[in-house]
Design a binder for this molecule. Structure first.
Ligand code: ZN
Ligand code: ZN
Length: 335
């Protein structure tokens, strides 16, 4: 089968490899749509916990083409997606019911072959039906499931105000989800004006261009600060800059993925003095069902986020688009 592979950090190629073998508990999926995620770019640059050479791709949907002997819930022809994270179910984290913190966590497209390929294999327990959702929308269930886990961690309250740094695909999903969870005012800021237009169309109540007036404008909207301030950029300097915007008792949500090993400075006295909370949220944590429900019921709009659809042969072009093109939101491959 055809697959896009990252041979080593900085080098990718489209190759022909053997189809993945299907174990007794596995489902073989013919990939129909797969998205490039910021994590894939980190993997490409060697900034993430991946194993090379690697076929990445963990945001995908497709059609079941084969099932292992023990599989009971799926049959050939089913339209599905899969949670890429495979916890070991036996370490102390798994025993505490914290599967995203599994000490032996494996992940489709990170530590084992992913979906930038014609076929991908997933354990039955990770597979979910998508009903009549489009394949494009279904390939956004995984990123939204990451947001849903963060929303749970942050514990959004009715009437909260929120400020989101970054109007990329994740920032826009965060903004929509904060609103669904009860935030009444969701301000999004970014350097790219047209991304802000999209954020506004999809639910941001205010948008602010990140220019020389950014700080004054953000302060003017909420002079006392925001209940929730989110970094959805993964840029260390942006994360450092979030603290002055938090209201007393406010929460800083560290959502963007900074490169591994990054440290940032934070105003410790302010955190102490203002009762601030710094909250992390890592990946998906059994949040696929909620993400599917949000998309299926139209509560969160994901399809407008797909800005580019390419064939898999254009993998390296797609990586470049996702990295640099200011006119991109989500880059998808259709197979
Ligand atoms: Zn992702
Ligand atoms: Zn475990």
């Amino acid at each position: 089968m055809k697959a896009a592979r990252i041979d080593r950090p900085g080098q990718s190629s489209v190759v022909t490899v053997a189809e993945p073998s299907v174990g007794a508990d596995d489902v073989l999926i013919k990939v129909r749509a797969v998205g490039i995620c910021g994590t894939d770019l980190h993997i490409f640059k060697g900034e993430y916990e991946a194993e090379y050479p690697l076929i990445p791709g963990h945001e995908f949907s497709g059609e079941v083409v084969a099932v292992g002997a023990n599989v009971i819930n799926f049959k050939v022809g089913d339209r599905v997606t899969a949670d890429p994270n495979i916890p070991c179910n036996r370490c102390s984290s798994c025993q505490r019911n914290e599967p995203n913190q599994c000490k032996n966590l494996k992940a489709i497209g990170v530590t084992r072959s992913g979906a930038f390929a014609e076929y991908v294999v997933a354990p039955e327990g990770n597979v979910f039906t998508i009903g009549d959702m489009t394949y494009g929308a279904a390939a956004l269930i995984e990123p939204l499931a990451c947001v849903v886990w963060g929303i749970k961690q942050v514990d959004v309250q009715a009437g909260d105000t929120a400020l989101v740094f970054g109007a990329g695909p994740m920032g826009i999903l965060v903004a929509q989800s904060l609103k669904q969870a009860g935030a009444v005012r969701v301000v999004v800021t970014d350097v790219v004006p047209w991304r802000l237009q999209m954020a506004e169309q999809l639910g941001a109540t205010h948008t602010v261009v990140a220019d020389a007036q950014q700080a004054a404008k953000l302060k003017a909207i909420e002079p006392d600060g925001y209940d929730i301030v989110v970094d959805a950029t993964g840029i260390p300097a942006v994360l450092e800059g979030t603290f002055p915007y938090a209201k007393a008792r406010g929460k800083i949500w560290v959502f963007g993925v900074t490169p591994m090993g990054t440290t940032v400075k934070f105003p410790s006295y302010e955190v102490f003095r203002k009762d601030l909370k710094i909250i992390g949220s890592y990946a998906v944590n059994r949040t696929f069902p909620q993400s599917i429900a949000l998309i299926k019921n139209g509560a969160i709009k994901v399809e407008p986020l797909i800005s580019h659809q390419l064939p898999l042969d254009d993998f390296s072009k797609g990586l470049e688009l996702a990295e640099k093109d200011s006119k991109r939101v989500k880059v998808h491959f259709n197979l």
